[in-house]
Write a protein that binds this ligand. Sequence first.
Ligand code: MSP
Length: 537
Amino acid sequence: MPSTTPSPNGTTFYLTTAIDYANGAPHLGHAYEKILADVIVRFQRLQGRGTHFLTGLDEHGQKVQQTAARRGLSPQQICDESAGLFRALLHDLNISVDDYIRTTEPRHKAVVARCLQQLFDAGEIYKAEYNGFYSVRQEQFVLEKDRNPDGSWPEIYGEVVTLAESNYFFRLSRHQDWLVKFITENPDWIFPTFRRNQVLEFLKEPINDLCISRPVERLAWGIPLPFDPGFVTYVWFDALVNYVSAAEASPGLWESGAHHVIGKDILVPPHSVYWPCMLRALGLALPKRLIVHGWWTLGGTKASKSTGNATETLSLAKLYGADTFRYYLIREMPVGQDSDFSREQLRIRHKTDLANDLGNLLNRLLSLAARHTASIVPKIQQPGTPPPPAREKDDGTLAALWAETAARYLDLAAGFQFHNALDALWQFIRAMNRFTEQRAPWKLGKSANPEDRALLEDTLANLAEGLRLAATALTPVMPTIAAQIQSTLGLTPADTFLNGQLAWDPSKTEGRRLAEKAILFPPVEDPATAAGTQGKP
Ligand code: MSP
């Protein structure tokens, strides 16, 4: 049953991912897309906005039918098996979905049938004889103009056969001028903007009407056309509708404007051409934005179900913990660009950014407080009291640095620059480390001078507050670690959640009882990295 994460101010941010094909196991590409979407949605929640986060499974089509035949199972069995694997992935990666849609569910089939009937009645769908080329792999008709200059077919089409059959067509071409105008006038509709040019380039040529049916003799595994039981619905026409059919149960949700997170391979033409035209023909609102990410590659090749280790890579989320895995993927890939996956880089991020910079800093605070303040967060020096002498050596106050960091962090996240947002946050975390080095509280603790004692207390109070805020800011990317840091600081999520929480406010940490020790990032040995094999025979 779909639920929405409630909104304190009445607006709901509707975010979707692509629905994954049911004919294969989840791999790195699927994992990244879910994590990226989860980060976007959690950033919204962090700022007090209500969200509705949808993902799901694309279950119809020839590939599922073929896989089922090959394995001697029914198509539904294949889909159920996949649904189990993909849902386990969501769980393992701590993806906070509000709803999961499968295209074989009655709630979806009913909406697809309704849309088809409406378009048929409105004359947007017609029947015609088709005589031409058909790509078995892409499950679509292809044209002369799609050939390579040497006459062969591009590899993405796989086997191309000739076909003559009657089918139903959606009058896509009718909407071309409108679409070009819409995309031109709404430069932010596609993120990143350079992808928009690709769409406009595609739309320079006249587009053909879209074949939206397949005869049942050729494809039985699909949603029957409501006006002709001899045909089932083309899988893309069926799949795209999921965004609307899942929103049915939540009145006003679709109209509030969806944000679709998708990979670059499914932007042109499905999401940037078919989908807006379908919606326009149906008289439905358009999505607010398409957020288009690039590809993860493994040794330069796109991670896919045929890249053997793309699935195996997911085991690293178990080895390092889901939060380290999330951190690595978000830290390394600028949204929109491609990145090559590196186990070595994952190992380094875990050890350096996470265990050293963040984990050790927290432990320093905990052990100093255990030794000198009975694990209670002391009071911060009040403004107006004369600064303790050692202050002159400080980089500047953490409070001021935090104010800059928080503003920059949220700004970068709002522009989907999550890799840079994390970089900004880590600059603050490293500044806290330098601050600690400069103040050398371990020396202050040995002094009998009351000024040194005051400075020691001030140092610990600053660190506690800085860590509280860093952890809160980190919630969207590393939800479990953030919660662990909060609890180590004697806070509950309720103490830090919602609006204004990124403001420097030492009263939130003062007097809290700290834990004595926290092992957030235990050392990990990955045998596939250089370090993992060091010292081994
Ligand atoms: N079923 C269609 C989408 C229908 S949406 C109405 C589909 N499925 S897919 O399983 O092939 O891909 C699902 C998503 O994963 C797509 O957005 C795709 O771009 C993404 N990725 C698949 N491989 C990828 C990488 N190697 N890297 C990053 N993401 C890629 O397409």
